[in-house]
Each structure stands twice: as structure tokens, then as C-alpha cells.
Write a protein that binds this ligand. Sequence first.
Ligand SMILES: *Cc1c(COP(=O)(O)O)cnc(C)c1O
Length: 485
Amino acid sequence: MQPTMGEATQSDVGSLLRKIPAVDELLAAPRIQGLLMAHPRWAVLEAVRQVVAERRQRVLRGGMTREAGEAMLAPDAIAEAVAHRTAEKAGPSFLPVINATGVVLHTNLGRAPLAPAALQAIQATAAGYGNLELDLATGDRGSRQAHVESLLTALTGAEAALVVNNNAAAVLLAINTFANGKEIVVSRGQLVEIGDSFRIPDVMVRAGGRLREVGTTNRTHLRDYEEAIGPEAAMILRVHRSNFQILGFTADVELSELVALGGRRNLLLMDDLGSGALLDLSLLGLRKEPLAADAIRAGADLVTFSGDKLLGGPQAGILVGRRDLLVRARTNPLARTVRIDKLSLAALEATLRLYREPERALREIPILRMLGLAAAAIGERAEMLAQELRPAAPGTTITIEDETSEVGGGALPLQAIPTRVLALRPAHRSAAEVEARLRRGRPPVLVRIKGDRVLLDLRTVETGDEAALLQALREALCGRSGGIA
Ligand SMILES: *Cc1c(COP(=O)(O)O)cnc(C)c1O
């Protein structure tokens, strides 16, 4: 077949292959020698081998113009790619990023940033030994749960509490303890998938429970529950619809009615709240989320929720409720497999202590502070950033616009929080290119794209990160192209 104009012919492929430098030759090049001074040898070596292998593959795949092939194999281009790859390998893979998406609880970005008090607690307990499971008063073995239980009972009004690795584990442990081989009566409208195809119903089944689904997707009545309860039933479960809402012709049964039904039929009532706010979010101008304390007051036997959603703490699963039940859950052998680790426990205790002084919680817990920021104040910060960016990014159209932030993390799905964003229409690159450059930079910056514009919502950007953000924007909008392997 005749090659089309500009494509490499077979002989070009051969001549391009001969231009690929040998690994040893590259390692001797001054630029790579410089890298070897600054980075571990293994990282440079792996980077060189990978960049050479990838470029060889690219040549063999064919379809490149001779000019493009030669540009790709130029010593400078290869050295640049090796430098970039080395820096990636030598640095951590899991690193801090700047979240300019305006999604406050971004599951892919680690959900809740921690309060300073929680960070100090982690630092203090992680660096040395701690009384994790030691009662200092008696010298006897203690329980790690003791550090948080009284805080949780004070904050929720429950008799007892138990914390585990995450809320999915809390649900697993509860179902396995109380409904293993038994039926769990649950509304069809509440069987949720919480992201990454992870379905709570699948967890319940693996925990040994059998789901007895009642009602229809949009409407479930008390009589649906009543009719479904048979001799095999052990539990009525209510699952908070955290990440979606059913609108229109709907009917749900009030928690208090389910509690009464559970009482009449001698069944446990468990409420999986998901987010589990500890403070009334209407204080921040948001819709009120059900509080753990509300569910306890309504008479739920067990309530489960996450530590790193609206609570604003570390990853954890929290069970609160009747003491007799939590004693049984704690002694289930599975409790050991879902145990909370000491660092999360330290952070959780410190975060819960802040909630004992609600004004302090609102001030110091980052996600509560972010959720409470007014659009006008965010707009002013965006304007200041715009003023610094304009001279540095000539040609880019920079405006401040009304937009909405999201709570995220599967909480308050339809709650759009008014915000003001920095909107950039780049002059020399597409919005997608700028987004990718920001994401691959150090520190990585995560933004939104809308049409041909890049949007940055400063609601989720810490004040101390603004200088780094500005530098990243300059680089992404006006920095040299290429170099990224
Ligand atoms: C998020 C969520 C879970 C899982 O919580 P993790 O802490 O992420 O394990 C379980 N149930 C509901 C209703 C949720 O929203």
C-alpha cells in the first residue's frame, strides 16, 4: 500500500529506530547526570528505560511524519520527558492537591480535610506510643472505644457507641450481628449505590442478611412493611437517600412510624444515615440533614453514619444506639476485621471534641467553614486572584461569574450552594488542555470545565494555597508546551 503524504514509510521507521538512543548513552548525557545528582538512581533508571521503550513503541506503531518522529527523538525532548518522569517517580504518588472544583466532600480527593486539632492529635499519637488500649487510671487493659464513646453519646443522646473503619463496615457489622440468616425489611426506594458501583445491598447480603424489599421505587407505605414482616424478619432498616432524591409522586414512612412498628413486631430498627450530621446545617443556610440525635430521639435502636462526610472528620464508621446491642456488635469476631486504626481514632476524638462547642466546630472544622462561606466573599477572593493573573496571562479572558458549589460525598444531592467562580477562557490552548496541565502540575490543581472555559471555585481552596494556585495557573495558561511524557 502506498503511504499517504507525510506518513512515515517503512524505511523511515528503520531510520527513526536507529535514532533512538541506547539507555547507557542517555545515562551518560549531562542532563541525565544532573538528574542523578538530585534523585535516587532507581528513579532515573526506570524513567530512562520507560521513556525509551515508549518512544520505540510509538515509532513501531507507524503513521508518524518523519518530522514528528525526529522531534520526538531529539535529545532535548527525551531528556525533558525523562526529567518529568523521574520527578513523578521520585516524589510520592499520593500527594496534596488543590481542590478548585467547589465540591466540598470530594470522594476522589479524600472527602473531608481535617481540623487543626485533629492534625495535632494524629501527629502527637503517631510519632510515639499512646494509651490506645490502656486504662491509665488502673493500669489495666482498656478499650480504644473509650476515647470516643462518651463524646458520641453526649453528642447524639444514645446510650452507647462503637466506631469502626468506615460506615460500610458499620452496616456490615450490624447486619452480621443482628440479621445473619434473617430477613431485613427495607424500602425499594432506599436501596442505594454509593459510587464506584458499590452497593449497600450487596454488603448486607454478604453480611448474611436477606433483603425483604417492600414498596415501589417512589412510594412505600406503612402497610407494605406490615405485610412483609414474617417469622424470618429480624430488622427494619431505613437507609438515608444520601446521593439522590425521588421527586414527584412519592410516599415514605416516617421514622417514628417504623420505630412503632418495630416495637409492635419485636424487630430492631436500624437507621443508616450515611452522612450523619452532628450539627443543624440550616445554621449554614443549607437544607437540614437528619441528625444522628434526631434518629436516636425518634427511637431508632441503632444509627450508623460516616466520620468523613458531613461530620468533617477522618474516615470512620460510627454506630450509636442501645447499649445491649452495641455490646453484642463489639464482641462479634468481625469487629476485629473492621477495627478503626489509631490515627483515625485520634483525629475522630479531636473532631468530636470540637463539636462539644458548636461555635468552635463551625469555625474550625474545614468542611463546615467552607459550606458556610458566602458567595460574595468567595467572589472577592476570586477577583483578587483575577487581578494578579491578568497581567501574567495576556490573552486569557478572565471573568468572575455566578455558579454553584456542591456538598458532594453523597450528601445533600440537590443542594446547589451559590458561589462565584473565576472563569478563564484561554487564548492559546483549549480548556481541556489547561485542565490537564493543571491536573498534572505540582501541586496538581483540580478544576471544572464548562464549554470552552475553565472554572475555579475558591470555596474549597485554602487561603494559604492561593500563591501556589496562581503559579500553577500561570504555568498552565502560558508555560511552554510539551515536556510532558
Ligand atoms: C456513604 C454511605 C455509606 C458508606 O459510608 P462509607 O463511610 O463511605 O463507608 C453507607 N450508607 C449510606 C447511606 C451512605 O451514604
